[in-house]
Ligand binder design. Structure first.
Ligand SMILES: [Zn+2]
Length: 273
């Protein structure tokens, strides 16, 4: 939830650019992999930067979000390039009355045909979160961090309890930033209804979820950079786990007692350890 004064359109585009650049720096968005969207529920004028307009059908009806605006990365665009020319890679969707359709505002510099191919998952997660928490701001990121994705190919890490007790043991920050742990969805076809419903369900309980053998989706109701931070915290944890596997599992990791003491000191409620 954000409070007035709300960020301006250019500030939001800049933050999407910075998040995209950071995801690329941590190798979580090779080529055109990954996508970003934010949902804003305060009135915002987008036509100054996005003067062209198309009508599009939404992937699901979202009647309660009539009047809301989504800033969404375009299909095939590179997250690392948003920062240099945001209007080339991002479109603004204004949800019409009834919530079945939206106006897609874009720039003359637009370099994409459609919004991201996994927008159905973005929209469903935004909708579910906005309805359940009443937030006026929500950011969702899909990225492909290699260590997390690699571990999702190893059967024992496909168990949420095993995954979390092993990944959240390397640094005190991990449990503090991801107190609900990391969710896990078995492999689903990108863009499928099964991936969409899996995201909705898992992101009710977690701030980030692994899509097995593909990548992650993270959310934040504070900022798009906060969502990117969650990808980075989880990927750093996976990097430690990978290092430990490569070194013959020499590391102790934080003990259960140490993690509980951290949580007590920082008033973190968690049920993983
Ligand atoms: Zn992907």
């Amino acid at each position: 939830m954000l409070h007035a004064p709300y960020p301006e359109l250019d500030d939001l585009l800049e933050m999407m650019g910075e998040a995209g650049k950071r995801l690329w720096e941590i190798e979580a968005s090779e080529g055109a992999a990954g996508n970003i969207s934010v949902c804003l529920r305060w009135p915002i004028e987008v036509r100054t930067r996005f003067p062209l307009m198309d009508e599009i059908e939404l992937t699901q009806p979202v009647p309660e979000l009539a009047g809301a605006t989504f800033l969404v990365s375009g299909s095939g665009r590179r997250l690392r390039e948003i920062i240099a020319e945001p209007v080339a890679s991002i479109g603004a969707l204004l949800v019409n009355e009834g919530g079945q359709t939206a106006k897609l505002f874009t720039s003359h510099q637009r370099r994409f045909e459609r919004v991201t191919s996994v927008f159905n998952s973005h929209l469903a997660v935004h909708y579910d979160q906005v309805l359940s928490s009443g937030t006026n701001f929500h950011a969702v990121i899909h990225a492909q961090p290699p260590h997390l994705t690699y571990l999702s190919h190893i059967p024992r890490y496909q168990d949420e309890a095993y995954l979390n007790t092993h990944l959240l043991r390397w640094q005190p920050e991990t449990i503090i930033n991801l107190p609900e742990g990391i969710g896990f969805i078995p492999f689903r076809i990108p863009g499928s209804p099964e991936l969409m419903s899996g995201n909705v369900e898992s992101l009710r309980k977690h701030r980030i979820v692994i899509w097995a053998k593909h990548g992650v989706m993270a959310r934040s109701d504070v900022s798009v950079k906060r969502a990117a931070d969650r990808v980075e915290y989880a990927e750093t944890a996976a990097k430690y786990e990978y290092l430990n596997l490569s070194a013959g599992e020499l590391g102790e990791g934080l003990s259960v007692e140490e993690i509980r003491a951290i949580c007590k000191t920082f008033h973190v409620e968690q049920s993983i350890f």
